[in-house]
Design a protein around this ligand. Structure first.
Ligand code: E4P
Length: 215
């Protein structure tokens, strides 16, 4: 499973890229707003740091507006991916961009039907929101599993990005459910490599090392 960072924070990305753990990045208007910086500047900086796909979301709700934004964003960097909402207009724009060879990520997916529609429209990526489904008492990871089954069953090419990831359990379950990618908040990622027994183990080894005769 590939790891994307779900962030608009350039410093966070720079730090984790050094570990070889960043296969791509996803952003959304909320994450961009947190940075208090110009959208284009942030996306271009991220695209220069990360060689993998970087999702940048349109804010228009009509097809013409989405396409205008998408065609402009697509010129910002070779690895930029256009993120569009799962609406009728979003599907039409996704299909048009597919015909133009522009990569897309259809976001805000909450059902198998929505994922199937987006995949058939030609989305490069589809983003089911696991955490937000869990928040309303629906099993978000079940959706990831079912989407993978449907994509494989019909030979659909879209890749699943498990989004709205809230904890280590979500990342592990996304891998087990067959997500192609999990997009993980930069603040959560360190929790994946940390374990209290690892820290205790290091402490014990260092203590024992003190008993080793020094030359
Ligand atoms: C990523 O593509 C999504 O925009 C993001 O994972 C949403 O996460 P949230 O539900 O924590 O806002």
């Amino acid at each position: 499973m590939k790891f994307y960072l779900d962030t608009g924070n350039v410093e966070e990305i720079k730090r984790i890229v050094k570990l070889g753990l960043v296969d791509g990045v996803t952003t959304n208007p909320t994450l961009i707003a947190k940075e208090g910086r110009v959208f284009k500047d942030v996306i271009q900086e991220i695209c220069a740091i990360v060689s993998g796909p970087v999702s940048a979301e349109v804010i228009s709700l009509d097809v013409a507006g989405m396409l205008k934004e998408a065609r402009d964003i697509a010129t910002w960097a070779p690895n930029v991916v256009i993120k569009l909402p799962m609406t009728e207009a979003g599907l039409e724009a996704t299909h048009q961009l597919y015909l133009e060879g522009i990569k897309t990520n259809v976001t805000l997916i909450f059902s198998v039907a929505q994922g199937l529609m987006a995949a058939k429209a030609g989305a490069t990526y589809i983003s089911p929101f696991v955490g937000r489904l869990d928040d309303i008492g629906v099993d978000g990871m079940k959706l990831v599993k079912e989407l993978r089954q449907v994509l494989d069953q019909y030979g659909l090419k879209s890749e699943i990005i498990a989004a709205s990831i809230r904890g280590i359990g979500h990342v592990e379950q996304a891998a087990l459910a067959g997500a192609h990618i999990a997009t993980i908040p930069g603040t959560l990622l360190p929790a994946l490599w940390k374990h209290p027994l690892t820290d205790i183990g290091i402490e014990r080894f260092l203590k024992d090392w003190e008993k080793v005769p020094k030359p």
